[in-house]
Structure formats: C-alpha cells, structure tokens
Design a protein around this ligand. Sequence first.
Ligand SMILES: Cc1ncc(COP(=O)(O)O)c(C=O)c1O
Length: 480
Amino acid sequence: MTAGRSLYQALSDYAASDFYPCHMPGHKRNPAGGEMADYHKIDITEIEGFDNLHRAEGILKEAQNRANRLYGADETFFLINGGSVGVLASVMASAGPMDEILIARNCHKSIYHAAILQGLIVRYYYPKMISEYDICDGVSAKDIGAALDTYPEVKAVVITSPTYEGILSDIPGIAAVVHGRGKILIVDETHGSHFGLSPHLPEGAIAGGADLVIHSLHKTLPSMTQTALLHVNGGRVDREKLRGYLSMLQSSSPSYVLMASMDSCMKFLEERGQERFAAMRGHYESFCEKTALLEHIHIGKMTNVSQNRHELKGWDIGKIVISVKGMNMTGKELGDILRDTYHLEMEMATDTYVLAIMTLMDEAEGWQRLADALCEIDGRIEESTKETGSISEKKVLGRQLKSRMPLARAFHSDWETIPLLKAAGRIAAGFINLYPPGSPIVAPGEILDEAVIRQIEECRRTGLNIQGVSEKGEIVAVAL
Ligand SMILES: Cc1ncc(COP(=O)(O)O)c(C=O)c1O
C-alpha cells in the first residue's frame, strides 16, 4: 500500500485489473454470482501483495499502523470477530488455567466466556447503582484496591468503561491501583472507540494507562459490524502469547471487506473526524437545550447525578439515557411509541428508560427528530400514582449470589434441564443474561435463590430479553 492509499482502494484497483482468481473465495468475483455479487468484487484472500493478518508485514501492517497512529497505543491489532474476540484474547493472554481474575460483575458475557475457556477462578467486583437512572455506576479505584488486597493472587482486572449506558470510570486512578500491585488492567472500551479522538470527547483508556483496550469500531464509528481493534500498552502483557491467542480465536481466512472497512474508517477519522466530532458536540448541546424543557422525561447527564455519592467520571455524549422512572409509562412503552409513531428505533428499552445511541454520523435531523418526539410525548406523561418498583437490569445484576463451584467447573459438569420456578437452591450450569447488553444475572456455579428467580420472571413478564431461560421456562443446572 503506498502512503495514503487505503486497503479499500488497493482492493478496488485489484478488482479492476485483469488478474484472474484461481484461488478462494469460491465466488471468483464473478458478477454472475447471485444478488450479492457486487459485494464479492473486493472480497479476496491472502494473495500476493495483500499480506496475512496473522503475520502482518505489508499492506495489513500499514493499515493497522494507521489505526495505531490515530489512537496512540504501543501496538494495535485488527479484529474481524468483534470486540468479543479482543476480550477473549486479552483475558486469556493475561491469565492461565486456574489463575484468578477480578472482573466487574456488569462485564459483557465474553469476559465470562474467556474465564470458562481458560479455566479461570473469577472474583467479582459489584458496581454500585446510580439510582436516579437505575444504571450501574463507575468502578471505584479504592474498592478495586481493596478487592486486590483480599485476593492477592489475582493476575488481571477487567472493567467496562464506558458502560453500555455511557458511564465512565476513573481509568488513571484504577490503573495506578492495579499497576501498584503488579497486575494487568484490561478495559473493555468497546463502546468508546471514539474516545481520545477529539478534544470534544473523553480521553479514554489508552491515555488512562490500561494495558489492554478493546474497541468495537462498529458500535460508535463508521465501520462494518464485527470490526474491532485491540490496543496494547507497555510490557506487562506477553505480546507473543496475545498474538498466539488472536491467531487461534480468529478465522484463518479473515475478511478483507471487514479489514478494508476498518482502514477506511481510520482514513475517514483522520480526514473528517475533528469536524464531525465538533458537529456532534454541537448537536448534543442543542438536544440538551431542547430537552431541558421536559417536565417528566429525564435525560441522563453528569449534572443530574450527585457527584459526591457516585464514582462516575463522565458520561458519553453518544449514549442518551431517556428516563421515565416514576412516571405512568415504562421505558418499553416509550420505545414502542418512538418506533411506531415517530419511526425512531432505539438501541434498547428497559422498564424505566430507553437508550439511544448517537454518533458522529448522526446529522442534525436525527437529533432534532428525537428531541421533537420527546417534547411531544412528554405532554402525555404523568407522574405515576402507583409505587413502581424497578426491576431494571442493574438492580438484577447488582445482586450478589452465593457461588458453590468455579465457573468453568460448573459449565463443564453434567447438566440437567429444570423449571426456573423450581430452581431455588440449585447450582446454575449455564448463564442467564439480560440482553442487551449481555451481562449475566446468574453465572455458572452460582446458587439460584427465590429473589433472583422472581426478578428473572418479572423481566420475562415485562418483555425484556432474557437469555438462558427457554420458552418453556427452563434453565440448565448442575445435575444432582
Ligand atoms: C460491554 C460490551 N463488551 C463487549 C461486547 C462485544 O463486542 P462485539 O459485539 O463487538 O463482539 C459488547 C457487545 O455488545 C458489549 O456491550
């Protein structure tokens, strides 16, 4: 790749050349190859001049370097299996079989999966709640320090910042505590790929000193689904091991279309990022001005949260938490109205809020339509006269269940299928997740109790998406 020439341009030039493919993929770039033949034109394999992701030294190395220059980590890897594979490789390169890791309980399921695959002993940190919005608070550096003092054998700490709802933790503070005890800090920043790219945005975990940082580009940047980056800093993580795990966990035929999408995204950010992020900040501020007039709907903002009671260090302007807590409408109902009447599809809805994701690619019109719809709906809402006990995701996740067996052992034990309603006292063999975002309410090895069963049933009744409970209301438990 010549300087400035993107992977996409190289693939397009190749598609226009007279080179004939006597190799994979089987579509042969033949325009007669069905409805999607147009997309096949730039879909190639590791032919001469196009490098190999698992031993990148040419065009793909240059593309990864472009991403690396933008983010400023020591080294950056392209991922073609989402942030999930970055999490798996990071955790597995940081802790070996029977090693201990400390994870924030609201972590994504991929972190738990890594623990099962590697046979790790998991210690949990339970984030507190921001009760104003029923969402998880940031992670406390002090509490992480205390947990590491209780579990001195822990090799690595994994936290999520920003959370799905946009809550940022104090990464420099947490890094100091973790590194002070000689441990590795992995930050799941899959929702914050835009961080550190503009003075209008938070600095992010790379600048904050994390050893491993995972970015799902597809979540908040103009890049195709499944594209992600893994960044490494410093010498605490064995890079060879990390490369080894990436090579094992990723396809041996990585998609050039996905890799070109990542490279084009980096080029776009280099060329247009500053301008678009500045515009995004402007749109956000106008949105806040308009929605400041709402009487019943509340928009989640740093200024609405008591700073001295909470740990959060910021709130991503791309995550709009629209709360109807205490009102005579649920978040799900609000989500339905926004979809059915205003054709605005939300990222997710719980019983007390909906979540809208906004990015640098939203134009003024999108922000305006959302603000206008909320202003109209606000007039139809009233405060609820009933006591509305929240069953929000984070209240459920905040419950500490007793653990009877290590995660991996429970998962690998003999299973039996039992009704959830009769599961009190039984050891879970599988996960029960609330999706999105996919953090476990119950993890393998934990004992189900009456309270958690009631909460899961309540989530199902409210129409929230619970994974791990079948339509018949059954779960898997360790066989008696
Ligand atoms: C917090 C968090 N971490 C990791 C992931 C996995 O990322 P990906 O979907 O890019 O594999 C997700 C996906 O939703 C997530 O929400």
